[in-house]
Write a protein that binds this ligand. Structure first.
Ligand code: ATP
Ligand code: MG
Length: 328
């Protein structure tokens, strides 16, 4: 069975972009593969995180994976830093990755521009991500569109390693959702919705109360047209329609027939209703999961236990390939 790997950083409040671009698809495809889903805390610390808050967000993120429908009986849910091989393999891959490849990464450039001083980890981010994927010999990586470039880099690193040291890694494929691969900020539809972007009107959190979600949608940036014209659609309206379509699973034809000519105020009301009804069951399950003492910890412990032997065997293989010291 092919393996799937994907992860989310516990770097803030998970939002509907994380859900529509990543989580929702993990849930859909999990049973078709051997699936591993990771809370990537080592990635989160590439920008400063308050320690107590980070610890809390790791658990919240794990609970949201479960609430969204990841089945821990089938899929491993684990915290990246609990499996030591990720960081170890990242070093070995760093040594075969040209710095120029990393400096070209859009996410690096954007996040570096937002910081006064940049930790080296921000540059190394993409190598650590390659390690997360390659350590499990994952064939499929379901992510949002913003991660395509990192996936290309992962493929390049795997191929470079394979050509230098002999066939070692599976070269993974990127899987993007057909709708919802890039949800934009409600306050600025030119920028992707992100956990780490401040501003109360930017993102809809998966745990936002219905009234708050509605308020944010009603205030979303649109344009100066009064109503929807599919021939000249602005980015804000396109984003709202995209959110509706991704939650509702409607076809393009259904969307056009229903929304053509609709006034923006009515569009927003319908998007709010759709988002609120989409998040309701998830929020209910979230509350159940966090009120069950010990459950989350046991899921994470089992997840780490299940994947550690796979990670260790790849690290051993890489060590042998590179000529590093191994006991056997
Ligand atoms: P940060 O601002 O801390 O980078 P983020 O919102 O970008 O947070 P990540 O943890 O970096 O979230 O990404 C987790 C997953 O969510 C990835 O698969 C990513 O492609 C996807 N994703 C992130 N933002 C969006 C978005 N706006 N639309 C669709 N998918 C997204
Ligand atoms: Mg991100």
């Amino acid at each position: 069975m092919k393996r799937v790997l994907s992860g989310i950083q516990p770097s803030g409040n998970l939002h509907i972009g994380n859900y529509l671009g990543a989580l929702k698809n993990w849930v859909r495809i999990q049973y078709d593969y051997e699936s591993i889903f990771c809370i990537v805390d080592l990635h989160a610390i590439t920008t400063y995180q308050d320690p107590a808050e980070l610890r809390r967000k790791i658990e919240e993120t794990a609970a949201l994976f479960l609430a969204a429908g990841i089945d821990p009986k089938h899929s491993a849910i684990m915290v990246q830093s609990a499996v030591h091989g990720h960081a170890e393999l990242a070093w070995m891959l760093t040594c075969v990755t040209p710095v120029g490849w990393l400096e070209r990464m859009t996410q690096y450039k954007a996040k570096a521009a937002a910081q006064e001083t940049i930790g080296d980890g921000l540059l190394q981010y993409a190598v650590l991500m390659a390690a997360d994927i390659l350590i499990y010999q994952a064939a499929i990586v379901p992510v949002g569109e913003d991660q395509s470039q990192h996936l290309e880099l992962t493929r390049d690193v795997a191929q470079r390693f394979n050509s230098l040291y002999g066939e070692t890694f599976v070269v993974p494929e990127t899987e993007l959702p057909s709708v919802g691969a890039r949800i934009m900020g409600l306050d600025d539809p030119e920028k992707k919705m992100s956990k780490s972007v401040p501003g109360s009107g930017h993102a809809i959190g998966l745990l936002d109360e219905p009234a708050l979600a509605r308020k944010k949608i009603m205030r979303a940036t649109t344009d100066s047209q009064p109503a929807i014209d599919f021939d000249k659609i602005g980015p804000g309206v396109a984003n709202l329609l995209n959110i509706f379509q991704a939650f509702g699973g409607w076809t393009d034809q259904q969307m056009q027939a229903h929304f053509a000519g609709m006034r923006y105020g009515d569009l927003k009301k319908q998007v709010a209703d759709m988002v609120i009804s989409g998040l309701g069951p998830l929020q209910k399950r979230y509350n159940e999961i966090v009120s069950e003492p010990g459950y989350l910890a046991s899921v994470l412990a089992q997840g780490a236990q299940r994947v550690t032997p796979i990670a260790n065997s790849t690290v051993e293989l890489v060590k042998r390939r590179m000529g590093l010291y191994t006991e056997s």
